[in-house]
Design a binder for this molecule. Structure first.
Ligand code: MG
Length: 220
């Protein structure tokens, strides 16, 4: 049984959303909030290929958006401020979601547990270490993309007779649910209040959807 990290075990998107609010305010002399959000999202999507997921790519996308939206007139001090926000996000303590520890306690010894998390290696390793959860997991997989190939490779390395013995639990339909179903695995969707626009996807109707992670014990 594998768990996603960001917004499944610990908070993440909340900090991106708060930083984006500050960014919108910073750009308000040049750009209205809706346009800033649109420009930033476009830039993030274009930059995924170059910078991957995570805070550093987000910061570079904010800097590019700021330069572009201000027609090059954004002061360098404002760009320095964006870099400071990125540092604050990287250094932010890891806040576990409610019920994570009790859920993992309930699963301990019943299933081998894995973490499969996507993004910047350095930041994800720091978050896994700071979560205090690492001893509860048999293995931790930090990947750059959660696609069927990635899941297929991880599942092939497990001692399973068929992929349907693999269950993924996560908040993102696009990253945690659909690619797992595509390789014949099982998935449980635990949506988070805030989901990044690039993670939205249609969820296959048969997939169980839980309001809280703690509901997993009952479902199993
Ligand atoms: Mg997630």
């Amino acid at each position: 049984m594998a768990f996603d990290g960001d917004d499944t075990l610990w908070h993440s998107e909340t900090y991106f959303a708060l930083t984006q609010q500050r960014f919108t305010a910073l750009l308000s002399p040049w750009c209205d909030p809706g346009e800033t959000a649109d420009r930033l999202l476009t830039r993030e999507r274009d930059n995924l290929q170059s910078f991957g997921y995570g805070v550093k790519g987000f910061a570079l996308s904010m800097i590019e958006t700021a330069i572009e939206a201000s027609g090059g007139s954004i002061p360098s001090a404002a760009l320095g401020e964006i870099v400071d926000w990125a540092r604050q996000m990287m250094d932010h303590p890891v806040d576990l979601l409610d019920g994570v520890e009790e859920t993992l306690d309930g699963l301990q010894g019943r299933y081998p547990l894995l973490i499969i998390t996507k993004g910047d290696l350095f930041h994800q390793e720091s978050k896994v270490a700071a979560s205090g959860l690492v001893e509860r997991f048999e293995s931790v997989h930090i990947v750059s993309e959660k696609d069927p190939q990635t899941y297929g490779r991880i599942v092939a390395g497990l001692d399973l007779t068929s992929p349907d013995q693999f269950l993924m639990v996560g908040n993102s339909a696009r990253s945690d649910i659909e690619p797992v179903l595509a390789i014949g695995g099982q998935a449980v969707h635990v949506p988070h209040d805030i989901t990044w626009a690039l993670e939205h996807a249609k969820v296959t109707p048969e997939v169980p959807v839980l309001e809280h992670l703690t509901d997993l014990l009952q479902l199993l």
